[in-house]
Write a protein that binds this ligand. Structure first.
Ligand SMILES: [Zn+2]
Ligand SMILES: [Zn+2]
Length: 382
C-alpha cells in the first residue's frame, strides 16, 4: 500500500504540519490529537491517550517475542521562528527548534510501516509519543518522568530513541556507549548585602562587588578543583541587580547551570559551588541558594548500541558523546534498557538546535525510518 517513496512523502507532510503548528511543553493538545488520530486511522494499534499528560502509546502485537519500545518527543520551544520555509510556525513565539516535529513524523512513519509488516512482527512493539521533553512542571517533572510511571511502559525490554543532529549530514549517525548527555542542575544564588548611596559605598555592603569576587571563584572550579580528566562545566546565564547607576542595591540574583556526566562530578560541582558562595561572608554579606536537579545523564546501553550500529550499517557512524546538553529520555534509560542515537540532518549552512533559524534536511526522515525499522527487524529474525 505504502511504497517507501509514498511513506517518505507522508512523513514530510506530517513533519511540516507539526512544524507549522508547534505547541509548548505540557500544551501539546493538538499535536497529541493529530498523532492519535493518525494511529487510530491505521486500525491495527491499541491506542492509549493522555499518558503522563498528552502522551500517546500505540501497541501492536503478533505472537511470541520481545516487547520493544520506540520513543519520540512532541513538544516545541518558546522561540520566534526565523526561517524562510513555507511551513513556518503559525503559533507566534513558538517553534519546533529541536526537531521534535521530525521525531514524531518518523515514529508515525514507523507506525505505517508496522501496519504493512504486521506478519513479520514477533512479539510486541510499543510506540511512545512523549510530551514535555523541553521543560519541567512545578514539581520538577518532565514528560518522560510522568510517562515512565505508566504500567504500559513497565514491560518494555529495550527502548530506542533518536534525536536530530545538526552537525552531521543525512546518512551519518552518532552513537556512544555509557554517559552521552549531561546531568543538568540549575542553581540560584542570592548574594545579600546592604544598600547604600553609590557615593558612600562604605556605608553599605555592596553585593555587586561581592558577586564579582564570587564569579571569579565559581569560574575556577572546573580548572582548579576538578580532576582534569573529569567532564563538567558551570555557567552563569543570568544576573539581576540594581535599579540605577547611583544606588548600591541590597542583593544580586545569580542563575546558572551545572553540567556533568557522572554522579561523582555532579556531587562535587554542587559542593564546590556552595563552598565558593561562602566567600561573600568574608566580604560582609550572606547568601541564599537553591538547586533544581534536572535531567540525569543519558546512559546508553552498549548492547542496544550494537543493535543500532548493525541497523545503521548503511550509514557513516561516528562514536562520540553527544555533548553537554541534556535529554529527558535519560529517565527512561534509568528504568529500562535503552539507547538513543543522533541522526544527521545538517543543511548546507549549519543550523543549531534551539536557534530561530534551525531547520533540517528532510532526507533525515527517510534515514530515521530505515534505521528504526531495521532495529525492530533485527529482533524478529533472531
Ligand atoms: Zn531541545
Ligand atoms: Zn530535543
Amino acid at each position: 500500500m505504502y511504497g517507501p517513496e509514498t511513506l517518505f512523502d507522508y512523513m514530510v507532510e506530517w513533519r511540516r504540519h507539526l512544524h507549522q503548528h508547534p505547541e509548548l511543553s505540557f500544551e501539546e493538545k493538538e499535536t497529541s490529537a493529530f498523532v492519535s488520530q493518525k494511529l487510530k486511522d491505521l486500525d491495527v494499534f491499541e491506542v492509549y491517550e493522555n499518558i503522563g499528560g498528552y502522551g500517546v502509546v500505540a501497541i501492536i502485537s503478533n505472537g511470541e517475542g520481545p516487547v520493544l519500545g520506540l520513543r519520540a518527543d512532541m513538544d516545541a520551544l518558546p522561540i520566534t521562528e526565523e526561517t524562510p520555509v513555507g511551513y513556518i510556525s503559525e503559533n507566534e513565539g513558538v517553534m519546533h527548534a529541536c526537531g521534535h516535529d521530525a521525531h514524531t513524523a518518523i515514529l508515525l512513519g514507523v507506525a505505517h510501516w508496522l501496519k504493512y509488516h504486521k506478519e513479520e512482527i514477533q512479539g510486541t512493539v510499543k510506540l511512545i509519543f512523549q510530551p514535555a521533553e523541553e521543560s519541567a512542571d512545578e514539581e520538577g517533572e518532565t514528560g518522560a518522568m510522568k510517562m515512565i510511571r505508566s504500567s504500559l511502559l513497565q514491560d518494555i525490554e529495550a527502548i530506542f530513541a533518536l534525536h536530530m543532529c545538526p552537525w552531521l549530514r543525512a546518512g551519518e549517525i552518532q552513537v556512544n556507549d555509557g554517559p552521552s548527555m549531561a546531568n543538568n542542575d540549575e542553581f540560584r544564588i542570592t548574594v545579600i548585602g546592604e544598600g547604600a548611596h553609590a557615593g558612600y559605598p562604605h556605608q553599605g555592603a555592596d553585593p555587586i562587588w561581592m558577586t564579582t569576587q564570587l564569579l571569579q571563584a565559581i569560574y575556577t572550579i572546573t580548572g582548579r578543583r576538578m580532576h582534569p580528566l573529569d567532564v563538567g562545566t558551570i555557567s552563569i546565564g543570568k544576573i539581576n541587580a540594581g535599579t540605577a547607576s547611583n544606588i548600591i542595591p541590597d542583593k544580586v540574583e545569580i542563575h546558572g547551570t551545572m553540567r556533568s556526566y557522572t554522579p561523582h562530578v555532579r556531587y562535587q560541582l554542587e559542593k564546590e559551588l556552595l563552598e565558593k558562595a561562602a566567600i561573600v561572608h568574608s566580604l560582609g554579606g550572606h547568601y541564599q541558594w537553591s538547586i533544581q536537579k534536572g535531567e540525569p545523564a543519558l546512559i546508553n546501553d552498549s548492547e542496544l548500541n550494537q543493535v543500532i550500529r548493525k541497523a545503521a550499517s548503511a550509514s557513516t557512524i561516528y562514536e562520540e558523546p553527544f555533548g553537554m546538553g541534556s535529554e529527558d529520555f535519560s529517565h527512561m534509560t534509568n528504568h529500562l534498557k535503552g539507547a538513543m542515537f543522533f541522526l544527521g540532518c545538517a543543511l548546507e549552512k549549519e543550523r543549531m538546535l534551539h536557534q530561530p533559524d534551525f531547520d533540517i534536511d528532510e532526507q533525515a526522515l527517510r534515514e530515521g525510518l530505515d534505521i528504526m525499522t531495521r532495529i525492530l527487524q533485527s529482533y524478529w529474525r533472531e
